[in-house]
Design a protein around this ligand. Structure first.
Ligand code: DGT
Ligand code: CA
Ligand code: CA
Ligand code: ZN
Length: 576
């Protein structure tokens, strides 16, 4: 049982309870448990097997811990099964429709008899949803948009879930002597934020033996097909995995082909055809003569190209750059020297400031900025001016205890509806790093949202805009604003933009990160950690940054502490 399945069960319990109209606090406790499990770096199954005390985990009390053990041991839990008898799963589907909400879902079900996505779409198209109390033509249109967001995400999983599944599959494959080598390809290797299916390539001594071994993998729900070349299965959570066998002499071309993307493959094939050659997954050929195939490097080299990192293979100019020797030297996890956006128990984090520092030091970081929420985000226990003042003093004290570590005093200040900030500017000026972000009024028109963000940037006290698009992958669309106008304001005012590394956000997305870099903006790569363990999620952000062609020099928190301090000072001098 992988963490993603356990998280999914907790989400489902939360959904069903929310639909039933249960106590919001209980609902939230299940959502928090789901988040804890999803973000965890160890497997819950292993923790249970080792007899660890699960209540040590963030947001896990006795009753949640009990359910975790039950899930690991029985594959489900009684609470979930009882709810299932009461509420069909299609109904909870409605809860996932962005912009509909639990109340909306209840209404369309009770008043319009809608109990599936298809029926909801029909009700919108028949203009019946707008007739409901509190709804209108605009909200009906928004619900339709929400259905589209949901449909475009359906059948795909977050990269983090794929990472966990690959780790588990890898452990299984490593236990088979007949497997000589295996490598994941596809969107997973390109580090896309969501994954449609997993493509795994295998070099085998004895294909039948490996196939038998694969079919014994515990998480398989259904076998779609098995043959000499390929085994296709569906895992418990619905994720499809294609295992493909290749001989050593073809492994490079196979890896290239199945890594994709399709757009990249098409561009490569064009180049191959220009030379009058032929390329497929089995090799690169001139007439019937094999030119290359064993490694990707030799195939790219034969085509006059530098080897292209998988994250760049999206058909966005990488072949031209590779031909000219102009590929970027992409940022790596080891380049990161600190994190400028994390939370502590002062707002909605689960670890104290001191514990966050210890976690950062374990990662070898030189600095960390505590950026708790401001008061407008009341559900996260955001800070008002008075509490921020005390918090600031506490941070200064903790910082003073370390000679070789810089603890920055920061805030994630809410950008209010009109673009003003949620705390007095005079107080914000005392902080080392001010990150600003929106949390509410996300449905403003593009023009209003643009003005709101530009106004925040022009206050002259903001150092960085966090998760600028506010997307939650598969759950909430990106907010609408004029990217060029907002980025230009950032540039003019020395304000950075964030690439938020949380696997559900990955915001800025790749193309916008690249655009920000091209416009000369400073970029910071943060986890938005709500626990010490979350700081490890930085790798997902590094993947997105690499997809955005970023080099270490483009990312400000690759600077050593001393340089960062100098650089922040320079930026602040640009502000009015
Ligand atoms: P996914 O699974 O939707 O997240 O995305 P991918 O990129 O993993 O796509 P997938 O699994 O359909 O196929 C794996 C790779 O195989 C893909 O990136 C490129 C290659 N491929 C698949 N279909 C085609 C095709 O029709 N033409 C070309 N040139 N390549 C293809
Ligand atoms: Ca795939
Ligand atoms: Ca595939
Ligand atoms: Zn945050």
């Amino acid at each position: 049982m992988e963490n993603s399945e356990i998280a999914r069960m907790f989400e489902l319990i939360a959904d069903m309870r929310e639909f039933r109209g249960d106590n919001a606090f209980r609902v939230r406790s299940y959502r928090n448990a789901a988040r804890t499990v999803r973000d965890l770096s160890q497997r819950v199954e292993d923790l249970v097997a080792q007899g660890e005390d699960l209540t040590q985990l963030p947001y896990v009390g006795k009753s949640i811990a009990e359910k975790m053990r039950e899930m690991v041991q029985t594959g489900t839990c009684r609470t979930l099964e009882e709810l299932r008898k009461e509420i069909p799963p299609e109904l909870t589907e409605l809860l996932h429709v962005p912009r509909l909400g639990a109340q909306g879902a209840k209404q369309v079900h009770e008043k319009l008899g809608v109990s599936s996505l298809a029926e909801l779409r029909q009700a919108c198209e028949d203009q019946r949803v707008r007739e409901l109390p509190g709804m209108g033509a605009k909200s009906e249109e928004n619900v339709l948009k929400g259905i589209r967001t949901l449909e475009s995400a359906s059948g795909r999983v977050l990269l983090k879930e794929a990472v966990e599944q690959i780790a588990a599959i890898g452990r299984h494959l490593d236990n088979c002597d007949a497997v000589v080598h295996w490598e994941p390809a596809g969107s997973y290797r390109r580090r896309k934020e969501t994954i449609g299916d997993l493509d795994i390539l295998i070099k085998a001594e004895d294909r039948d033996a490996v196939t038998q071994h694969i079919l014994h993998y515990g998480a398989i729900e259904e076998v779609l097909g098995k043959g000499e070349e390929k085994v296709s299965v569906v895992l418990g959570g619905g994720l499809q995995v294609d295992f493909r066998y290749f001989d050593a002499h073809a492994f490079g071309t196979a890896l290239m082909y199945f890594t994709g993307s399709k757009a990249h493959n098409i561009a490569v094939r064009q180049r191959v055809q220009d030379k009058g050659w032929k390329l497929n997954e089995y090799g690169l050929y001139e007439d019937d003569h094999r030119i290359a195939g064993e490694t990707e490097e030799e195939v790219y080299a034969e085509l006059g190209l530098d080897w292209i990192a998988p994250e760049l293979r999206e058909g966005r100019g990488e072949l031209e750059a590779a031909a000219e020797g102009n590929l970027p030297h992409l940022i790596e996890s080891g380049d990161i020297k600190g994190d400028l956006h994390c939370h502590s128990t002062a707002s909605d984090g689960v670890n104290s400031v001191a514990e966050m520092v210890q976690a950062a030091r374990r990662l070898g970081y030189e600095y960390l900025c505590i950026a708790d929420h401001s008061k407008a985000v009341s559900i996260a226990n955001g800070l008002d001016a008075e509490r921020l003042q005390e918090h600031l003093e506490h941070i200064r004290e903790v910082d003073a205890a370390y000679e070789d570590f810089w603890l920055l005093a920061g805030i994630e200040v809410d950008i209010l509806k009109d673009g003003t900030l949620d705390l007095p500017e005079s107080l914000l000026r005392e902080l080392d790093w001010v990150t600003a972000s929106t949390h509410f009024y996300l449905e403003l028109s593009e023009e209003e949202m643009t003005r709101r963000l530009v106004a925040a940037v022009e206050t002259g006290v903001v150092d960085c805009i966090a998760h600028p698009f506010m997307r939650l992958i598969g759950k909430r669309d990106m907010i609408q604003f004029d990217v060029d106008r907002v980025f230009e304001a950032c540039r003019a005012n020395g304000v950075c933009v964030e690439v938020n590394a949380h696997p559900e956000r990955l915001d800025l997305p790749d193309i916008y990160a690249r655009h920000a870099r091209d416009m000369g903006l400073g970029i910071v790569l943060d986890t938005d950690a709500h626990s010490g363990a979350d700081l490890g999620l930085i790798n997902y952000g590094v993947g997105m940054a690499r997809r955005g062609w970023l080099q270490a020099a483009d990312v400000m928190n690759t600077k050593p502490a001393g340089e960062l301090r100098e650089w922040i000072r320079t930026c602040r001098n640009k502000k009015k």
